[in-house]
Ligand binder design. Sequence first.
Ligand SMILES: NC(=O)c1ccc[n+]([C@@H]2O[C@H](COP(=O)([O-])OP(=O)(O)OC[C@H]3O[C@@H](n4cnc5c(N)ncnc54)[C@H](O)[C@@H]3O)[C@@H](O)[C@H]2O)c1
Length: 252
Amino acid sequence: MRLQQKTALITGGSLGIGRAIAIRFAQEGAKVAISGRGKPALEEAAAMIRDIGGEALIFESDVQDRAQVNKMVDGILERWDRIDVLVHNAGINSPVPFLDMTEEEWDRHIDINLKGAFLVSQRVCREMADRKHHGSVIFISSVNGLAAEANLAHYNASKGGMNLLAMSMAVELAPLGIRVNSLCPGFIETRLTKPVIDNGPLIRDYLRTIPMGRVGQPEEVADAALFLASDESRYMTGHCMVIDGGQLIKLS
Ligand SMILES: NC(=O)c1ccc[n+]([C@@H]2O[C@H](COP(=O)([O-])OP(=O)(O)OC[C@H]3O[C@@H](n4cnc5c(N)ncnc54)[C@H](O)[C@@H]3O)[C@@H](O)[C@H]2O)c1
């Protein structure tokens, strides 16, 4: 078991990629706290974790609200007294052309995807530092943080910012034994991408951009997150790990 005795917080752990990570970590012995919007999805994910013998805490908590973030972290510390691994995965993505993008849509993406990463990771890292606990922080970013996709200026900017935030934290927190890396998935099959996957002609065209010729699964991202959470990646920090079936390296 690669995460025995460890506790992990996975934001957005109620669905999709976050839920797959929570389940994978529980399989490896971690106690997992998951947060997200909507109690039913959180309870369902917790039940899946308990079904495989894991321990789960749930928090209905909005990552862009400092008071809710503090309440969530306090709740975890009260119960387990430590957080060894943070996976900041909560995020949104609603496409709109740049020229039509409203200030509200811009703010919503930056606040949830980027400011949320700042608020959650600052609080968790402060606890790790005060308690002199070594830890691993993983941001679920995106290939959109490394290259631009049309109609996603707000999302691209938020994920690019997240990658630089991870590097900045990695530089400052390395002396404290805290590692910070980001994972940049390509096209992964979740609720977020289902409308494209269910559209035959659209998905056929899209798959031509991926050398491996298929979409990724949340469990494949979870395996990469497990590597970054575990001691196997102990000399890695400030790294941006791409998991995209080769999409980003293809010129045409
Ligand atoms: N699916 C993909 O193809 C893909 C690719 C690259 C990156 N990502 C990133 O992976 C992450 C998860 O995506 P997914 O496809 O699993 O999405 P999803 O919609 O299935 O799950 C999103 C999770 O985030 C939570 N969430 C949303 N807003 C929140 C908020 N304000 N506060 C707290 N929690 C909130 C939801 O409750 C849910 O648990 C996102 O950050 C996304 O940008 C996804």
